[in-house]
Design a binder for this molecule. Sequence first.
Ligand code: HEM
Length: 295
Amino acid sequence: MVREGFALLGAFNWSDHLSWLPKMFDPSRVEKRCADLVPRVRKLVSEIIDEHRKSLKGSERQLGDNGDFVDVLLSLEGEEKLSENDMVAVLWEMIFRGTDTTALLTEWAMAELILHPTVQSKLRAEIDSVVGSAGSIGDADVAKMPYLQAVVKETLRVHPPGPLLSWARLSTDDIQLSNGMVVPAGTTAMVNMWAITHDSSIWTNPDKFDPTRFMVSEGGVDMDVRGGDLKLAPFGAGRRVCPGKNLGLVTVSLWIARLVQSFEWGPVDSDPVDLSEVLKLSLEMKKPLSAVATV
Ligand code: HEM
């Protein structure tokens, strides 16, 4: 199944299908990046697998808690055993889908925290109250930090790293929508999550970065961002929902918490924070973030 998706992605003609997208979603750039990136990543993951295979053969080492993800894939036996192509596809998906999304979400969150020092101080106060100013922050602590979770949710709302869901999927049947419109079979349709999360009929002051909208204790709502509520579904929803959503959320929460606990973050006077967006493989900051970290 993974390989089928992989083959489809390779066969898809990006420029035919992306020409209607707004100017900011520059299709030629997406196409060029895909053309260039995919073979490079495929080569990289093949090399990683080769290297692990050699070291496994050489040392016959036992896989324990210290084995990494590639070790686990290589150790699968029987019905679970994966072919080399499937392993490449799994690793490629993880790298392709999981790294820039988490890195970009952290960058967007830090940019907003620099622009909103009071939000940053409030977050630091929450972290201090849970683990202390120097205590180490673990996965379990994130659950005890509602404001941290609210900051991550609000960043996902204002800057969803994957703004277009169901990227390039084809409707197999005519679909009747509740508003009377029909999506004919054979249509390439996408969900513009960015438009939903910036819709003023759904969100009050949608362009305002305000994590308290997700703080129940401050009159906000406790929203499930993992596909349970389509008003904010930055990981998609349903069968093709992002399988890395929990990993992504915990990773980004931990990164932000540790960065904010360790330093006070401010702007660089000569290179101020600019929230302009550009859609590449994910939604990126057009001007990468520069920041000053003070201990
Ligand atoms: C904050 C981080 C992340 C965000 C915002 C994000 C967002 C998304 C979105 C919007 C989709 C498409 C859903 C759709 O088309 O309906 C997706 C799919 C996917 N994501 Fe993530 N993702 C994140 C992290 C990760 C991580 C860490 C991994 C893996 C380790 C991952 C693996 C995948 C895969 C494999 C798919 C394709 C699923 C499919 O087509 O069936 N993602 N993600």
